[in-house]
Design a protein around this ligand. Structure first.
Ligand code: PMP
Length: 428
């Protein structure tokens, strides 16, 4: 443990780590571990999509011409294909265009302008509204709230979902209209919400009658081990608890097929789907149904979808292993940081001792290694502990991930040594 070293041992150790850092920097690498983007090889897995649906193959199962306007809810065959993943019947699914983030954004804007089923008035007519934000969380969720003046209240994650005692207490405030949830392989903590967490979220008393869970199941099929973890079906849990309209479920094929040209989904209760479609049909005459048809032709059925996801796993799992192995090798037993070993999703979340995360990002940048900014996983970009870091190993090649992980581990150690030295100076 760094904290247990004698003054002279700490100095010697610090000098050694500094030398490792200088050697890493001297390699002049240009590495980027900032965003959870699929690698080119992953996109290549879906290259077959680009030739589909093929010449003259543009008729849907119902015999409609997919090239034309219409079909705002999405093709029934697509809704059927993703029904299992979304945990909703095809009738209760809407297929959007390529970004689930756009569907989340629209849902919030429509709630602000029109209210949702059960609202007494549009959310924007309330004196103040707030969302609960499990932390660490996804910066783009927080950016939507910030953009529209929705106050964000951080709630700690526990390893099996948010701290439910806190959530239940906070949700009693009528200003709290919603909550962001990434319930499976959470971004970035990779945790799974437990059955008990989901039951409590579904059943809790909320001050706002129109409270919504924004259930972003972005990583629903994104396993990194052979275990295809399942979580409780939130739509069913809400219905069973007498709150059938509580969950807005989102997902997409961004990290299944093509990140920029996939399909996005909204799934919910009958009333919420009707509400969503009433707004969506003002916004568009219909989505890109050729892309929907292309996905059905390419993936075929749920078994085809799962087999496709296995190919992603084969490419991604070694990269995640490289990160956690490098951290373990350098930082194991040092007490400088803790990190997760994800079984799915796109991120490795690291917690440094308080006050060190931004220093790690600076050290890494000076050595040619880009990391997501410290604080990005917190509302307003402000981590009060300056502790959490999000590593995204999907995009770089395996050899770059190995080099970057080694570099990150060195930066983390150096930051920890500096913090310990500063602490001792302050105490002296
Ligand atoms: N939600 C989460 C939790 C994500 O991590 C991401 C991508 N990083 C998205 C949504 C974006 O999804 P989409 O591409 O469907 O907009």
């Amino acid at each position: 443990m760094i904290a247990d070293l004698s003054a002279s041992d700490l100095e010697a150790y610090g000098a050694r780590i500094r030398a490792d850092y200088d050697a890493f920097r001297a390699r002049g690498l240009k590495l980027d571990m900032t965003r959870g983007k699929p690698a080119p090889e992953q996109l290549d897995l879906a290259e077959g999509l680009l030739a589909l649906p093929g010449n003259r193959d543009h008729f849907t199962e119902a015999g409609d011409d997919a090239r034309n306007y219409g079909g705002v809810q999405g093709l029934p065959e697509v809704r059927k294909l993703f029904s299992g993943a979304l945990g909703a019947s095809p009738a209760n699914i809407v297929v959007g265009d390529n970004a689930s983030l756009a569907m989340m954004h629209d849902s919030i804007v429509w709630a602000l302008l029109k209210g949702v089923p059960g609202s007494e008035r549009p959310w924007s007519k309330e004196s103040e509204i707030a969302f609960l934000c499990p932390v660490p969380g996804y910066d783009r969720h927080f950016a939507i709230c910030e953009e529209y003046g929705v106050r964000m209240i951080p709630v700690p994650l526990t390893g099996h979902g948010p701290d439910m005692d806190k959530v239940e207490e906070l949700a009693r405030d009528p200003a709290v209209k919603g909550m962001w949830c990434v319930p499976k392989y959470s971004n970035p903590s990779a945790e799974l919400y437990s059955d008990e967490t989901i039951r409590r979220l579904a059943a809790m008393k909320t001050g706002a009658p129109d409270f919504r869970l924004f259930w972003d199941n972005a990583y629903v099929l994104h396993h990194l081990t052979e275990t295809r973890h399942e979580i409780l079906n939130v739509i069913d849990a809400c219905a069973a608890a007498g709150n059938p309209d509580r969950a807005f479920v989102f997902a997409s094929t961004s990290k299944m097929t093509l990140a920029g040209a996939g399909l996005a989904f909204f799934a919910s209760s009958e009333a919420n789907v009707k509400w969503y479609l009433a707004r969506a049909s003002k916004r568009t005459i219909g989505p890109d149904k050729l892309n929907q048809l292309r996905h059905v032709r390419f993936l075929k059925d749920e078994a085809g979808l799962l087999a496709h996801m296995d190919k992603h796993r084969a490419l991604l799992a070694p990269k995640f292993a490289a990160v956690t192995e490098a951290l373990e090798a350098r930082l194991g037993g040092q007490g400088a940081a803790s990190w997760i070993k994800p079984e799915g999703g796109y991120f490795v979340s690291v917690d440094m001792t308080t006050g060190s995360a931004s220093r790690v990002v600076t050290l890494a940048k000076e050595a040619g290694l880009l990391l997501t900014g410290a604080g990005a996983t917190w509302p307003y970009g402000k981590d009060p502990h300056d502790a959490n870091l999000r590593l995204a190993p999907s995009f770089p090649s395996l050899s770059d991930v190995k080099a970057a992980s080694e570099g990150i581990a060195i930066c983390m150690l150096l930051a920890a040594v500096e913090a310990e030295q500063a602490k001792r100076r302050a105490e002296a």
